[in-house]
Design a protein around this ligand. Sequence first.
Ligand code: C2O
Ligand code: CU
Length: 552
Amino acid sequence: ADAHYYDFVLSEKNFTRLCSTKSMLVVNESFPGPVIRVHRGDTVFVNVHNQGYYGVTIHWHGVKQPGNPWSDGPEYITQCPIEPSSNFTYEVNFSTEEGTLWWHAHSDWTRSSVHGAIVIYPIEGTTTPYPMPDDEEIIILGSWYTEDVNKLVAADLETGADTPRSNCYVINGQPGDLLPCSRESTYRWVVDYGKTYLVRIVNAAMNAELFFAIANHSLTVVGMDGNYVKPIISDYIMISPGQTMNVLLTANQSLSHYYIEIRQFDTARADVTDYDKTNATAILMYSGDYTAPDSPFFPSSLPSYMDFRSADRFLDSLRSLASKEHPVNVPLNVTTKMYITVSMNQLLCPNASCDGIDGNRLTSSLNNISFVNPSTDILLAYYRNLSGIYTTDFPNWPPSMFNFTQEDLPMNTTIPIQGTKAKVLNYNEEVEITFQGTEVLNASENHPVHMHGYTFYVVGSGYGNFNNETDPETYNLVDPLEVNTVGVPKNGWATIRFKASNPGVWFWHCHFDRHLSWGMNTVMIVKNGGTPETSLRPPPTYMPPCTLPYIT
Ligand code: C2O
Ligand code: CU
């Protein structure tokens, strides 16, 4: 295993999209940011220099970091922010991951501009389970805001109003030529006829699941979230924020230009006229001598905004590879079972400042607890036994059982408790969690739930209320997907299993940033095993201090 060293300089820079210019924080002057390339098992040291105006942290999404949450990144969970004019070196420990992951800021909504891909090759001398591609391509899907998104969000969180929608989506930083002032800058990917490419797709959008297709070309999905899947051929994919997918594409069509197109899969109540749902495009163009067409071909296979059937058909077809080299180890002797409701809520307004929004603030919760960030990070408080920072009473099930997916649920089901509550697990417990989406506030939608420090197996999912008698009979314990982010279906449920074999403090949250900002989060503390190898490492000699006030 090798060590690699990167410098990430975070600074403000001007970018122009959709005919307007703004300054935003980026890494090494680029949007999206630099690619990290490693082999399985390597270690990467990333020295992050903050030359911006606000405190910031970076998270290595999907990297399990065994015993080393100190470098995981979520602010006020495992560290305090790296303040302006200071720096912090992350030690990122790769273990079993192989494929594509990504990194992003984990402070406010800064991740909209601070993100990039992580490419993980197999250990040298070993190979991927599919034939070596001739070349590869990284495609990062993102959200674009014409204004300073952190300012907009801070104002909305203050009043309890809904957070802003992005003005468009982007593919490798560009909206594409269907959108104003974007023709020249459209992202172009040049391919050679006859070659096979590995396309590494990252959904870095802030609040949107996305359909993705390339005109006339089929995609063979071979990996997801740093794990291999049984190859499936599809002419579109659906990808949730936080997820990554590896797909093979063979350039076997006539020499021409083809659109790469994305569209939001909108599972909320239809308001599909919103501007940010205008599709973003890039162009796949063949090299060689030919007359370029007036317009590239459009993908005919891109599902429409509310096409649940196409989304489900794609998701249901995904299975872990489950080969001898890449085995599946679903825990079979569950010791901790949890049932967690995932809800949008309203919080009674504490004072007159909320008048404009009917006295109620938008919020969200897990098991009716809306998470509040502490002022000192939970990891340090846990390590040093500091009291008063968090409590350990995150409940294993909701405070009351009702018909979670019924329309027009009574108001008294919608008022959550605020708190900084953690779930404590013993080392190596075998955990099963059923996430139950709810119709509280009549605001059900899919929720891409992400867990730090772990991957987990998605053993089942379905629509409606989870049925404890019949649904477990449908579980797939043979080749379930192993991922770090699962889409809990709108008005439905998803059950995951994992072994609590990574000691430390790990964040869980919905990867829609609007829900994250409203408290659809919690923390899992996994206690040490009996040996140094099964224990949380001591902190590095320097961690950013928690003494500075939070800047808004
Ligand atoms: Cu992709 Cu908590 O993050
Ligand atoms: Cu959510």
